[in-house]
Design a protein. Sequence first.
Length: 134
Amino acid sequence: ADLCSAPENPSYPLADSVSEAAAAGLVVNVYEYALKAELSDGQSRVVNGEAGGELRFQVTGRGPGEITVDSQRKTADGYVSLAPQWEARVTAAAGDDPRSAAAAVTVPAGTAPGTYRLVFQLGDAQFPYNILVE
């Protein structure tokens, strides 16, 4: 297939696929993101809301960028992000893909009972992890 030009930038060639772009000698950065989070051994996904606590995870990810965590609460309309967010610390191990990281999320003392979700994110990959607060 022929390369075409983008209307907003006629000098920039586009291709229909990555293989066409590579064949045309264009530099292509394509990242495949993947993400998985597992609760560390011996921990429960049920947290005492009155006392709070720390949940520790082992996270494995593929792709460039920083792993982040979004804390959400389940409502009648679905999940909504908490404000303020729960404290989350992610310590990535050095190395190539796939890489691993340790994550610790603090459920504050006095958290209302309910279903919560931690959404681990890396690039366009998301990994939701549900927890219960009693």
